[in-house]
Design a protein around this ligand. Structure first.
Ligand code: FE2
Ligand code: FE2
Length: 245
């Protein structure tokens, strides 16, 4: 599994883990993120059970088990958090932050030590070390209870499945050619995003944020101009359409 640093200033760091060459081809490739600040770490969308050991090895190059104080699951999908039962056995101090509606579902992945902290529908702030993060509502994009994570200082929005693309394992971490990237995103967004209204509400709230990097859970990350290109493209896309690929 590869790792890149998205941001580093003092003891505030963002890392992205992904492009796992060992994954089974039937398993969708995922990006996992970790934010470190002042001796505390949060892992965002820690991933599926199958990549737990690679993730554990990767994150321990930057942090320790004691310092991982939080996990965040944007929603309930297995590619997001089916590793929960394994993290549960090795993190002595962590809490899981996730939409409150998913508590009794996520418990099926195994959650006997980790404490569940339900995020209310309207979102909330989260303090990690000295930095304040925001859990930003993204309901119905695609899950009925779903959040993004925004870091105002780093200007990074972790957008979960919004902006997701199905790409090759050796694809670059950042989108380089937006038009060439569209076919990798289009089916996923039309089929998996159920509501044009939810999409429009999300776009108008996200346009108010100062974003340098938009970081989805699958495929390339959007940087600089590419963020606006994505928002403009998504605005015009008709979603909630069940059609073949
Ligand atoms: Fe999902
Ligand atoms: Fe996903």
């Amino acid at each position: 599994m590869k790792a890149i640093s998205l941001y580093q200033k003092g003891n505030h760091q963002w890392l992205c883990f992904g492009r796992d060459p060992e994954r089974d081809e039937k398993i969708i490739d995922t990006n996992q993120y970790m934010i470190i600040n002042n001796g505390q770490s949060i892992i965002l969308d820690p991933g599926g059970i199958e990549l737990f050991s690679q993730m554990l090895t990767s994150v321990l190059r930057y942090t320790s088990l004691e310092e991982i104080t939080a996990l965040f699951a944007s929603h309930q999908d297995p590619d997001i958090i089916s590793s929960l039962g394994l993290w549960d056995q090795c993190l002595p101090k962590a809490k899981l932050y996730s939409p409150y509606i998913w508590e009794s579902f996520l418990a099926h992945f195994g959650m006997s030590n980790i404490q569940f902290e339900g995020i209310p529908d309207e979102g909330c702030d989260f303090q990690l070390g000295n930095v304040k993060l925001q859990f930003v509502p993204a309901h119905y994009l695609h899950s009925s209870g779903n959040f993004n994570v925004y870091d105002k200082e780093a200007k990074i929005l972790m957008s979960g499945d919004v902006g997701a693309a199905l790409d090759k394992d050796d694809a670059p971490f950042f989108v380089e050619d937006f038009d060439a990237h569209i076919p990798k995103m289009e089916f996923f967004h039309r089929r998996w995003m159920p509501s044009n209204k939810a999409k429009d509400d999300w776009i108008s709230s996200i346009r108010k944020l100062d974003i340098e990097i938009m970081a989805p859970q699958h495929g390339g990350l959007f940087k600089g101009d590419m963020v606006n290109k994505f928002l403009n493209w998504f605005e015009k896309l008709d979603v909630g359409v069940a059609q073949n690929k």
